[in-house]
Design a protein around this ligand. Structure first.
Ligand code: AR6
Length: 182
């Protein structure tokens, strides 16, 4: 798995030395709980100030879209804030919106010359998306993106809880996911 451009680890995304970490934000961009709260706490006021400027310019961030700010006091250079969908059984658009969140984050990353990027497990906390389904969508979307993009060198899925880590370990150890993105 180490030779792949995709890997997973268990830990706190705010501590990673990568070009960009992704935040599972909400449409207000004003912070919240979960990983969003942790990122704003660790990064400091500079992140919120840039988020407010973006809000003033474009009125927040729609579900599935992404915006970029400084990472403030964290080791990463940038935070890419994206908004995942709230899970609902009747909402058939949720899968596509989750995929959009990953793809638009990667697109914004390449536009900013990001080579290494870490994702949290978007929508699988407060937004209640089923973890196994979310992981399949995340891995498939990243794999598809990397097939046509040659600039991003490493995508890390950062799992905070044991259950997500187990799911990613299993999916990423299956050759089918990796053979085409080495
Ligand atoms: N590092 C990595 N992952 C983390 C960390 C961390 N420090 N802290 C939590 N997670 P959630 P959502 C994991 O709830 O479901 C916020 O209030 C967590 O275990 O942060 O997309 C926003 O403002 C879970 O697997 O995001 C929105 O209102 C994953 O991050 C709403 O929550 C995502 O859980 C977004 O909900």
């Amino acid at each position: 798995m180490n030779s792949s451009r995709i890997e997973s680890l268990k830990g706190d995304i705010t501590k990673l030395h990568v070009d960009a970490i992704v935040n599972a934000a909400n449409t207000s961009l004003l912070g919240g709980g979960g990983v969003d709260g942790a990122i704003h706490r660790a990064g400091g006021q500079a992140i919120l100030e840039e988020c407010i400027r973006i809000r003033n310019r474009q009125g927040g961030c729609a579900v599935g879209e992404a915006v970029i700010t400084t990472a403030g006091n964290m080791p990463a250079r940038f935070v890419i804030h994206t908004v995942g969908p709230v899970w609902s059984k009747s909402n058939t658009g949720a899968d596509a919106l989750l995929s959009n969140a990953y793809r638009n984050s990667l697109q914004l990353a390449t536009e900013n010359k990001v080579k290494t990027i870490a994702f949290p497990n978007i929508s699988t906390g407060i937004y209640s998306f089923p973890k196994d389904k979310a992981a399949e969508i995340a891995i498939r979307t990243v794999k598809d993106f990397l097939l046509s993009d040659k600039k991003i060198e490493k995508v890390i899925f950062v799992c905070f809880d044991e259950e997500n880590y187990g799911i990613y370990q299993k999916l990423l150890s299956e050759d089918a996911y990796l053979s085409s993105v080495k």
